[in-house]
Design a protein around this ligand. Sequence first.
Ligand code: UD1
Ligand code: CA
Length: 456
Amino acid sequence: MSQTFGVVVLAAGKGTRMCSARPKVLHTLCGLPLLEYPLRTARELAPTETIVVVGHGKEEIERAFAHWPVKFVDQREPLGTGHAVLSAREALSVPRFFVVPGDVPLVPAQALRALLDQHLRTGALASFLTIELSDPGSYGRVVRDERGKPQKVVEARDASPKELAIHEVNTGVWCLENHPAVWAALERLRPNNVKGEYYLTDVVASLYPQVEAVRWPESDVLLGVNDRVDLARIEGILRWRILERWMREGVSVVDPAAVYPGPDVRVGPDTVVFPGSFLLGETEIGENCRIGPQAYLLDTRVAQGAHIWFSVLEGAEIGEEAQIGPYAHLRAGAKVGARARIGNFVEVKASQIGEGAKALHLAYIGDAEVGQAANIGAGAITCNFQPGKTEKFRTEIGARAFIGSNACLIAPIRIGEGAVVGAGSVITEDVPPYALALERSPQVVKPNWARRKEAG
Ligand code: UD1
Ligand code: CA
């Protein structure tokens, strides 16, 4: 028997219960769209082909997942899960395939493997995963015969009180044979239920007894997202799982209920993450750092021993033992050297800050190269942009240079190594190394001027 298989992910439903203009599978879970999760799980199994059934919000979904090696098929009308599987028929060439709902994000690859094993062992035409829930809510109830074979699945809406009392439910995850008998059962589906849909679940009764149900013991990971309450609950489960892994690897998470991690983020041992911290995207944190309170890090790399608090960092790189914050904003391409310090209300964009350099208060550093141990005074800014031009001009500040408070450096400009720019100067010409540049009108002092004015 051939072991090759495919995966069909169902993502064409309207997601009515989300009450949203956005397709359900594009709502995010720990920073990634829901659909990303079943696709990653599928990828772990290395299927021969992966098909995503789309319909509602098709363009948006296809755009968001254009980089995935999957085939999209259009369901045209969301007439139910059975109809969705039928619409993938032409695209399938494998002997059997999984059906995974796009709204069951945490389904583990092991559960799919266990399902496939039993499916192959028993030679069933269709198999599906079930879980036991103390509160089975709106899930489809699994009715088994006296020998324990699944006899039918009844949607909660269509169930009798006796059926509603069943705790074993359908997870929506299936393994189906690409076999004429299965397609015939799908063709026979009728929308004679409360929702008026073609239910995939009806194939259980129709293919009985050639159907298997595999009960998966860990029910949390097979829950579905139907509304925003489910989404928040599942985010809670995933967050805890990520943070638990970090903690077991040596990271201190001061209050796991108040830290928001992405699934791909890596954190080194002995780092402490304080409450209110978001660590998202491809963020990577070294050992022995202190992150937070209140740090937002997206796609940011932080070397060991750095301290980041009350700050926003997007696409930044932070060197060893550097200190960021409070209230700093580091944007794309901000590279801060080892032991440098970026402080209160300082914004850095597309700039390199040398080792040990300091910008501690109210500065803007954009498109600049700041040498090591340079000091950027309070309120100093690089004027990298001129009205009416899209080009950004560069500023170079040499090692150990001192830029006085409120200086404006009109780019393109070079401040030499060890040079000093006086406070309040507007600098338009390059400053040679070790020079002092001052641009100020001489101070005028008129003795007793105010007193004379008062006297009239
Ligand atoms: C479904 C199952 C239910 C199970 C539950 C588990 C059916 C009839 N019911 O119910 O037994 O307990 O999942 O989570 O299968 N979809 C399409 N096209 C459609 C309709 C749906 O692609 O025409 C997709 C949806 O986008 C979604 C998935 O199929 O990703 C499941 O649909 P949904 O309407 O959420 O089914 P449930 O009511 O959750
Ligand atoms: Ca669902």
